[in-house]
Design a protein around this ligand. Structure first.
Ligand code: ADP
Ligand code: TRP
Length: 321
């Protein structure tokens, strides 16, 4: 079974990225042949600062390796190090109906908000299809917001197969329902674009401040709160604390007697403990960037050996070369 996923280097990674995509992806590296990459081509649709892109790319590599991506088990590389992706994107774009892309929320939402959209953003799902189809991927672990893109990939693969004969494997999205949408500091989905994130490797003081500033309602600590399971801090605590600890806090909130300040303090402490090992590992990797570059270099080489064969298959099927 081939498992593949990617993440854009568009800023510091947060708990939504971690629980929604990275952790499931890391767990899956024991379940099949895993392929993970940093989608720097995709980041070009919305980030126009080259220094920032370079820095973010290395930061994502550090974050992923620190969180448990094991290069002995998974192939890990930078998307643009495989030019095959750009070439396959063209082939796929010619069988992609415009209407399919017009319906994609990545493009539709921005355009509805009046944000100027470029062709790259419109064609973004085709590039994503090339990423996935180049590896005969079976499973694509992503957060819920990427499901539509994997469905578009399936449609594109079917269209190509219909036009040129059986060429591509049809992939399946895999979305963990328990962490499909991690809430952010304001209760909306956690996202860089909403400015409501808790970074995985945030600075201690700044992150404590962010968590302590979560706005709650004005009920007194003594009041019982029958809706304790809806509480934002409880929902986040369930992700970072052992289950019995989170359940105990939820129960105390439900019956009354627990103040929001104490709850938020516990959330910060458990968040901090949750990533202690990864934080140490990251610090070690920062001191050994040559190793990180070597992992990405070897990953690209292995990924390319597979992708180039699939590209040759697609070109032969469509009468190129
Ligand atoms: P952002 O919304 O912060 O820009 P991305 O779109 O770059 O995040 O998402 C990278 C990966 O993390 C995707 O697989 C996405 O589905 C997942 N992800 C992002 N935010 C969340 C969230 N709040 N809950 C669950 N998964 C998320
Ligand atoms: N579009 C994805 C995101 O923003 C990243 C991505 C690019 C991806 N190519 C992919 C994810 C292929 C899964 C498979 O999160």
């Amino acid at each position: 079974m081939r498992i593949l996923s990617g993440i854009q280097p568009s800023g510091a990674l947060h708990l939504g990225n971690y629980f929604g995509m990275m952790r499931p992806a890391i767990e899956l590296q024991d379940k099949g042949e895993a392929f993970y990459f940093i989608a720097d081509y995709h980041s070009m649709t919305s980030l126009f600062d080259p220094r920032q892109r370079r820095q973010n790319t290395i930061d994502v590599a550090l974050d992923f390796l620190a969180c448990g991506l094991d290069p002995k088990k998974s192939t890990f590389w930078i998307q643009s190090h495989l030019p095959e992706v750009a070439e396959l994107t063209w082939l796929l774009s010619t069988v992609t109906p415009m209407g399919l892309l017009e319906r994609c929320h990545s493009f539709k939402d921005k355009s509805a908000k009046g944000i100027p959209v470029n062709h790259g953003l419109f064609a973004y799902p085709v590039l994503m299809a090339a990423d996935i189809l180049l590896f005969d991927s079976n499973i694509v672990p992503v957060g819920r917001d990427q499901k539509q893109h994997v469905e578009v990939t399936r449609d594109i693969a079917i269209k190509f197969n219909e036009a040129y004969g059986q060429t591509f494997v049809i992939p399946e999205p895999q979305i963990r329902t328990d962490v499909a949408a991690v809430p952010g500091l304001d209760g909306q989905k956690m996202s860089k674009s909403y400015g409501n994130t808790i970074e995985i490797f945030g600075d201690e003081k700044a992150t404590r401040k962010k968590i302590m500033s979560i706005v709650m309602d004005s009920r007194t600590p003594a009041e019982p709160k029958p809706d304790a399971n809806q509480n934002l801090a409880i929902q986040l605590l369930k992700l970072v604390a052992p289950v019995e600890v989170a359940n105990d806090f939820e129960e105390r909130l439900r019956t009354g007697g627990l103040g929001y300040g104490d709850l938020k303090k516990a959330l910060f402490e458990h968040y901090w403990i949750h990533f202690t090992v990864a934080r140490a590992k990251r610090a070690e990797l920062v001191g050994n960037l040559d190793y990180v570059r070597q992992v990405l270099g070897e990953g690209a080489e292995h990924a390319r050996s597979i992708a180039s064969d699939v590209l040759i298959r697609a070109k032969a099927a469509s009468g190129l070369g």
